[in-house]
Design a protein around this ligand. Structure first.
Ligand SMILES: [Zn+2]
Length: 85
Protein backbone atom coordinates (compact mmCIF):
# COMPACT_ATOMS: atom_id res chain seq x y z
CA UNK A 1 0.00 0.00 0.00
CA UNK A 2 1.98 2.95 -1.29
CA UNK A 3 0.02 5.80 0.29
CA UNK A 4 -2.42 3.75 2.33
CA UNK A 5 -2.80 3.08 6.00
CA UNK A 6 -3.89 0.13 8.06
CA UNK A 7 -6.61 0.88 10.57
CA UNK A 8 -6.42 -1.34 13.63
CA UNK A 9 -10.07 -1.98 14.52
CA UNK A 10 -9.90 -2.88 18.19
CA UNK A 11 -7.67 -1.13 20.67
CA UNK A 12 -4.38 -2.68 21.77
CA UNK A 13 -5.49 -3.06 25.36
CA UNK A 14 -8.58 -4.91 24.19
CA UNK A 15 -6.78 -7.54 22.14
CA UNK A 16 -6.09 -5.31 19.15
CA UNK A 17 -3.46 -6.77 16.90
CA UNK A 18 -2.17 -6.33 13.35
CA UNK A 19 -3.78 -9.65 12.34
CA UNK A 20 -5.74 -9.40 9.09
CA UNK A 21 -9.11 -9.87 10.89
CA UNK A 22 -8.39 -6.78 12.98
CA UNK A 23 -7.21 -4.50 10.18
CA UNK A 24 -8.94 -2.40 7.58
CA UNK A 25 -6.91 -1.00 4.70
CA UNK A 26 -7.54 2.69 4.13
CA UNK A 27 -6.38 5.32 1.70
CA UNK A 28 -4.79 8.50 3.05
CA UNK A 29 -7.97 10.61 2.61
CA UNK A 30 -10.21 8.14 4.47
CA UNK A 31 -7.61 7.78 7.18
CA UNK A 32 -7.59 11.57 7.66
CA UNK A 33 -11.38 11.60 7.96
CA UNK A 34 -11.46 8.99 10.68
CA UNK A 35 -8.92 10.87 12.86
CA UNK A 36 -8.28 8.75 15.97
CA UNK A 37 -11.47 6.68 15.74
CA UNK A 38 -11.19 2.91 16.04
CA UNK A 39 -13.38 -0.09 16.79
CA UNK A 40 -16.92 0.80 17.89
CA UNK A 41 -16.40 4.52 17.19
CA UNK A 42 -15.37 3.77 13.62
CA UNK A 43 -18.32 1.40 13.16
CA UNK A 44 -20.69 4.10 14.50
CA UNK A 45 -19.17 6.57 12.06
CA UNK A 46 -19.85 4.26 9.11
CA UNK A 47 -23.36 3.40 10.37
CA UNK A 48 -24.33 7.05 10.90
CA UNK A 49 -22.89 7.74 7.45
CA UNK A 50 -25.28 5.21 5.92
CA UNK A 51 -28.26 6.80 7.71
CA UNK A 52 -27.15 10.27 6.60
CA UNK A 53 -26.69 9.12 3.00
CA UNK A 54 -30.24 7.70 2.93
CA UNK A 55 -31.64 11.00 4.23
CA UNK A 56 -29.71 12.87 1.53
CA UNK A 57 -30.94 10.50 -1.20
CA UNK A 58 -34.55 10.95 -0.06
CA UNK A 59 -34.01 14.75 0.01
CA UNK A 60 -35.59 15.04 3.44
CA UNK A 61 -35.26 18.23 5.51
CA UNK A 62 -32.61 16.44 7.56
CA UNK A 63 -30.81 15.31 4.41
CA UNK A 64 -30.63 18.85 3.11
CA UNK A 65 -29.34 20.06 6.48
CA UNK A 66 -26.65 17.35 6.45
CA UNK A 67 -25.45 18.47 3.00
CA UNK A 68 -25.32 22.06 4.29
CA UNK A 69 -23.29 20.95 7.33
CA UNK A 70 -20.97 18.88 5.14
CA UNK A 71 -20.20 21.87 2.92
CA UNK A 72 -19.52 24.01 5.99
CA UNK A 73 -17.21 21.32 7.39
CA UNK A 74 -15.23 21.13 4.14
CA UNK A 75 -14.57 24.89 4.35
CA UNK A 76 -13.58 24.61 8.04
CA UNK A 77 -11.22 21.68 7.33
CA UNK A 78 -9.51 23.61 4.52
CA UNK A 79 -8.98 26.59 6.84
CA UNK A 80 -7.62 24.35 9.61
CA UNK A 81 -5.25 22.57 7.24
CA UNK A 82 -3.90 25.90 5.97
CA UNK A 83 -3.13 26.90 9.56
CA UNK A 84 -1.24 23.65 10.23
CA UNK A 85 0.80 23.67 7.01
ZN1 LIG B 1 -10.35 6.02 0.91
Amino acid sequence: MAHGRLIILSKKGKGGSKDIENCLPSCLLCNRLRWHRKGKDLRDLIFFGLIARDEIKKKTVLGRKIVELKNKRIVQNKKRRRRIE
